[in-house]
Write a protein that binds this ligand. Structure first.
Ligand SMILES: [Zn+2]
Length: 244
């Protein structure tokens, strides 16, 4: 049994990777109802004392989608449990495919290829999709990648890949480095199959992750803390990886 000093020494000496984008004005976001741009002001509220105010939508910046996002009686952000905030992590890298096709969706074949190389995906793992898109974050136009018809183009999970992870592997949390686990084409044409499947299984989705290129394919721990917004369908999070 590890005592608290051993655990502390262990954790503080491991490499950590911050997977969170800073909340900043001008950051990209999915357009639509309730999605006003992030705004933040800081003022001197009395002599030599400063305070600020920010406004943002729940699903903005690096954030988590709670089951309530797609399920009328699903759990909301304050109901997410502490045991859901620490997990094993794995990374599936599709960045080379995305370079050729920005609309690329992770397939079951990609997951089987990962398993041939690294072993079976554990049910305790949060499955992170590294598409390379996170590098575009600082350039909102490039991150949104909107065409002349107003459709955004970026990579995502396919419904089949999400079904495989949830139903065949028992995975309950998916994450990726784009605006949504269902890109706009799948949202408009297929009614967001990944969100429906994950949330109907009481699972979570993490979007707009940063620095997935700095993680190994497996063998690391993820720690994330969502703001416990009462009744929230999603919330901003701070998330980082600890690599043993
Ligand atoms: Zn969301």
């Amino acid at each position: 049994m590890m005592n608290s000093m051993d655990l502390w020494r262990f954790l503080r000496t491991r490499r950590r990777v911050d997977l969170t984008h800073p909340l900043a004005e001008g950051m990209p976001y999915w357009p639509g109802r309730l999605q006003e741009p992030f705004s933040h002001t800081v003022e001197e509220v009395r002599a030599q004392v400063w305070g600020g105010c920010f406004t943002m939508a729940e699903h903005m910046g690096t954030h988590i989608d709670a089951p309530r996002h797609f399920v009328a009686h699903g759990r909301t952000t304050e109901e997410l449990r502490l045991d859901e905030m620490i997990s094993l992590g794995i990374v599936v890298d599709i960045s080379d495919r995305v370079e050729r096709d920005p609309d690329y969706s992770l397939t079951v074949d990609d997951l089987r290829r990962w398993e041939r190389e690294h072993g079976r995906i554990p049910s305790e793992a949060t499955v992170l999709l590294h598409s390379g898109w996170g590098r575009r974050w600082i350039d909102a136009r490039s991150y949104l990648n909107e065409d002349a018809a107003g459709v955004l183009h970026f990579p995502d999970f396919s419904g089949d890949a999400a079904r495989f992870l949830v139903q065949e592997r028992g995975v309950t949390t998916l994450g990726l480095d784009t605006l949504s686990a269902d890109n706009m084409i799948h949202t408009l044409e297929a009614d967001s199959p990944v969100h429906r499947l994950v949330h109907e299984a009481d699972g979570r989705i993490i979007e707009n992750l940063a620095r997935l290129d700095e993680l190994p394919p497996k063998d690391f721990i993820l720690i994330l803390a969502p703001l416990p917004i009462e009744g929230g369908t999603g919330a901003p999070i701070r998330i980082f990886a600890v690599i043993p």
